[in-house]
Design a protein around this ligand. Sequence first.
Ligand code: NAP
Length: 351
Amino acid sequence: MLRNFGRSKLFNIFCSRNLYSSMAPKVLLTQILPPDSQKLIESAKDIELVYWDKTGAIPREKFLELAKGVDGILCMLTDKIDSELLDAAGPNLKVVSTMSVGYDHVDLSEFRKRSIPLGHTPGVLTDAVADITVLLVLAAARRIREGFRAVEKGEWIWSPTWMLGVQLTNKTIGIVGLGRIGSATALRLKPFIGNNGKIIYFGRVEKPIASSLGATKVEFDTLIRESDVICICCALNEETKEMFNYEVFKKMKSNVILVNTARGGIIRQDDLCRALSEGMLGSVGLDVVTPEPLNPNDPLLKFDKVTVVPHIGSGTLETRTMMANIAIENVLSGVRGETLPHAVEVNFDTK
Ligand code: NAP
């Protein structure tokens, strides 16, 4: 059964149809899913589905209003899930399923307190995000943003010294967070650096996969001093929040390539702008920034050597469909009282 709150003309029709299904668990979906996944969730006969169908994140007030009394929520990384939202949903709430692997938008302590399971979508987006990470490394190394602009402005010349970038061969790649995405990124970058290149990584624990990648675990300080390319691939949490700040930028190589495809909050952005304005860092590639969406007048965009893409790391039809399908499985399992196939370890893991 379907209630669609974005299409106000249809609202009354759907609303009255749902009088017959008042016992069905109610699931709130905060954005329309890719076509096959949307069909899949709409075909679930044993739930009453309500969803927000406008493009972009559901406004907070609307979210609080529509969450009232629901049994399950299928949300996005743009939806803050905190005590206010959980209170608004009320005691019927049995599950929250986020269509993302990261869950820094969720207040885990509230889930722990209330014993509500949280679903997420690990694994299926690893390839897509690793691809974007490599794309940004290459774009930054080869000054692609400046190149595009030069073509468009009629400034294209050929000269032995014009628009020179950096070769990746023999370079040291530093991966911060050798998890699923970090290791897939290392694997992709390995052929670019060749046999004389090096991969180092920083994380909390030794990673078994490191040996097959030829990667060595180092201290954070070593990684930022020795890397020619730094890829930020870790989760955002209390420890990693703003771990890249002015003091850290000062220690980096002057021509370092810095790429962040994890979360904007891992970089203190004002400090990044300060470092860039003082001539530090070689070039920067960002899929994630603070805030999102970034204001077109943001100082960050004034630097030619910064390439920003709009958080499209997982943005392929195949990947978003797989993510949405997992998020559907999680929310349906939750409202049916079953174990979630892909649950965040709320009790033990505060990543
Ligand atoms: P994952 O396999 O869980 O990897 C997370 C990594 O973060 C682990 O290697 C972990 O290292 C590291 N980490 C966590 N806390 C740390 C700390 N305090 N210090 C150092 N390292 C720490 O997750 P994943 O699937 O690779 O995803 C990683 C992140 O990518 C997500 O959390 C999400 O924020 C981001 N992401 C972005 C996009 C996008 O569209 N741009 C898409 C998907 C995901 P240890 O194992 O050593 O603790």
